[in-house]
Structure formats: C-alpha cells, structure tokens
Ligand binder design. Structure first.
Ligand code: ZN
Length: 244
C-alpha cells in the first residue's frame, strides 16, 4: 500500500491540486494521511475541504481548523493569522464546520501515530528542537509519529542509548524505516517555511518501508492574487514567494 502524507494545506488550492497531480503521476496512493490545518491563511478554505473529502483519506484536526469553527481560542495567533481566521470562518459551509468538528486529534494507524502538533499536545506544541522531540517520544506507543504544525520537513530519531538526533527531510534523502523510533514532519503543502516555496509532501510505501519527500512547484501567483482580492493580510501573501 502507498500512503500520501500531507499537512498544512492552509486553504491553498493551487498548491493542493499540484500535490494531488504529483501523487497521481508517481503511481497514486491508496490513502491520503492529512495532518491538519486544512484551512487558515489561504484563499480557498471551502474548496480545499471539498477536495480533501473527495479523496480516500484520514485526517486529524489542526489549530487553524479548530480556530476557524470557534473550538479553540486565537490568543496564541499573531494578528495576521487572526484576521485570516475571521475571514475563513465566514467562508465555511455547515458541512465544512461539521466535518472539522468530527476530526480526531490523534489517529493511530499501522506503525504510526498521526497528530498535528505533537503527541503530547496534539493541537499546539511545535516540535522543532531535539529536547522537545526527546520528551515527546514518551507520549506515543507506536514506532513512528507523524507531525506537522511547524511547516518544516524534519526527521527526529530516538537512538538506542536514549539519545536523540535530527535531520532535515529533503527530496534526495530516502528514509528507510528500521528499528529506531522516529518523529517525522513532511513539511507544508500550502505555506512552506523552510526557505523553499514549493509545496512539500511525502509518500510512504509499506512494502518497501520507505518514505520519500517530494517538493512540487505550483502557481504561487494565482494563490497570491486571490488572497489580495479577498484582502487577506499582505504579509501572508508575501511569505508564499519565499517559503518562510
Ligand atoms: Zn499550519
């Protein structure tokens, strides 16, 4: 079976469509694993939920998804994110809201635990440091954990001696699953923040037990034009050009 691992679509329909085309081009996926933040920041929240729902998928809730339906507070959001969430809330249909409301915070599937933030705090915690990763290995039972939220593709490895290390997850580095426990971040589809503006996602093949990361160019200007038209914050528009 082949699984496409996607995260942080952030209402960027052009990026999401480019990723789905890329998945198909590489031989399709039996299931899509989505790590949350379908909406927020971008100009097409309803369309992205609709498109995701047309795929055979599982999905956990992200902080922006829950904020858009009023389930979590936005006090930890910066002013641009709050403005985008207020706009997003007005775009969602009753079905979109019901769909988000039903998203679990944690999914256990095969050898993986799926969360948006971290296994310790599925909605809010960022795993960007070795110390945060090390502590979080105690909060999931499966061998591997998939996280997103930081929009940075990373692999944290828990060594036999209890040490922890990390590597950037890049397209030319195939990840072979072995005996060591890992926390893996596939990067963001709709708002990359690692300096590469191309959409990021991964494919996991459970026969070869390998995970590959892919970067996909998409029509950034098309998404930006829609954001300007909807008067979404200009800082959010600009950052898509640079992947920051
Ligand atoms: Zn996000």
């Amino acid at each position: 079976m082949r699984y496409a691992i996607i995260a942080d679509i952030h209402a960027n329909l052009a990026a999401f469509m480019a990723v789905l085309v890329d998945i198909e081009r590489r031989g399709e996926a039996d299931e899509v694993w989505c790590l949350g933040d379908i909406v927020g920041y971008g100009p097409d929240p309803h369309q992205c939920i609709e498109l995701l729902r047309q795929t055979n998928h599982i999905c956990v809730a992200g902080n922006h998804d829950l904020a858009a339906i009023g389930e979590v507070d936005t006090y930890e959001f910066n002013p641009d994110a709050v403005a985008a969430i207020r706009w997003t809330a007005k775009q969602l249909t009753t079905q979109d809201i019901a769909y988000i409301k039903n998203l679990p915070q944690v999914i256990e599937k095969d050898e993986f635990t799926l969360v948006h933030g971290s296994p310790r705090q599925p909605i809010w915690e960022y795993i960007l440091s070795i110390s945060a990763a090390k502590e979080n290995f105690a909060y999931f039972k499966s061998k591997f954990c998939l996280v997103s939220h930081s929009h940075v593709p990373l692999i944290f490895k828990y060594g036999k001696t209890g040490s922890c290390s990390f590597n950037q997850f890049s397209p030319n580095k195939e990840l072979s699953l072995g005996v060591e426990r890992l926390i893996i971040n596939p990067g963001a589809v709709g708002q990359p923040r690692d300096g590469d503006p191309r959409a990021s996602y991964a494919i996991y093949d459970n026969e070869t037990r390998k995970i590959n990361l892919y970067r996909v160019p998409y029509d950034i200007a098309a998404t930006q034009a829609k954001m300007v038209e909807q008067r979404l914050p200009l800082r959010l528009v600009a950052r898509l050009s640079h992947g920051v």
